[in-house]
Design a protein around this ligand. Structure first.
Ligand SMILES: [Zn+2]
Length: 280
């Protein structure tokens, strides 16, 4: 469980550190922050990105940076305006820095295709298994992007849950949502829509406790790029496996408010000597 005290992540939890940057403005106004903005760093490494966001010449910062292993450094307290959004607009607001928490995720972003594989803008080769081919929501061609690690995706969601408990967060957006002309982060490799719907549209589950119980089995298909599957129908419940991928076939066994209990349908070949068959 991630805790926030005095507008900082409680850092005695192993993965969290606080490392102040001077790149910030004053305190948020009352009732703010109410928005979270997700970014990728497009840096050479987690360390170099953190150092740059602490450098005055960057004129940029973020509240949090999440490394490839899910490690987290906080650079700006959550009651203070950081500089991550730049020129931006969302609904009737402009300049989202003064409304939002910025989370940077260490990720190379858009990759370049060369004869023997994919490369970051720093010229580092990215292994094929870390490459996601996808079309940006504001683009019209498929491009290559560095994959986020499952540790990063899990950590970003947990951070959002903690921030939603501490602040009146009502929106989670990508930098590419609030600055669509200029920005591509976090891009199609990040499951932002799935995370938004889990976090923002499932908060009133308690009010519909017990509603919609059914024993009918209904087939379905996962539409989110990655979808957590949990032991119990609530966001605090532990996941029981790796997230389900888009296109996975399921059967709905039960409904409970905005949650459904599913059975995952999977068919394929496995090596016989690694399976113990049980008679029945
Ligand atoms: Zn950004």
């Amino acid at each position: 469980m991630i805790q926030i005290q005095d507008h900082k992540l409680v850092t005695d939890v192993n993965q969290f550190t606080f490392d102040a940057t001077e790149n910030h403005s004053g305190p948020f106004k009352d009732g703010l922050p109410d928005t979270i903005v997700i970014h990728y760093t497009a840096g050479a490494s987690y360390g170099s990105s953190v150092n740059w966001l602490k450098d005055k010449r960057a004129k940029a910062s973020a509240h949090l940076v999440v490394g490839r292993k899910g490690e987290v450094v906080q650079l700006v307290p959550f009651d203070t305006v950081a500089w991550h959004a730049g020129r931006s607009q969302w609904n009737d607001r402009t300049g989202l820095n003064k409304y939002s928490i910025g989370i940077e995720i260490a990720n190379a972003g858009l990759l370049e295709r060369r004869a023997n594989g994919y490369y970051t803008s720093f010229g580092t080769k990215v292994p094929d298994e870390h490459v996601v081919i996808g079309q940006h929501k504001h683009g019209d061609i498929e491009q290559a992007w560095e994959a986020y690690t499952s540790e990063q995706i899990t950590m970003v969601e947990a951070l959002c849950v903690a921030l939603m408990e501490a602040y009146p967060i009502k929106e989670i957006v990508g930098h590419d949502d609030i600055a669509p002309q200029r920005k591509k982060d976090p891009g199609p490799a990040f499951p932002l829509e799935a995370m938004r719907s889990r976090l923002l549209f499932s908060r009133n589950d308690d009010e519909v406790e017990g509603a919609g119980e059914t024993e009918d089995t209904v087939p379905g298909i996962i539409t989110a790029s990655l979808l957590n599957i949990r032991r119990e129908p609530n966001l605090q419940s532990p996941t029981i496996s790796e997230p389900l991928r888009q296109g996975t076939r399921i059967s709905q066994l039960q409904q409970h408010g905005k949650w459904i209990k599913v059975k995952v349908e999977l068919e394929g070949w496995v090596r016989r000597n690694f399976v113990k068959l049980v008679e029945r």
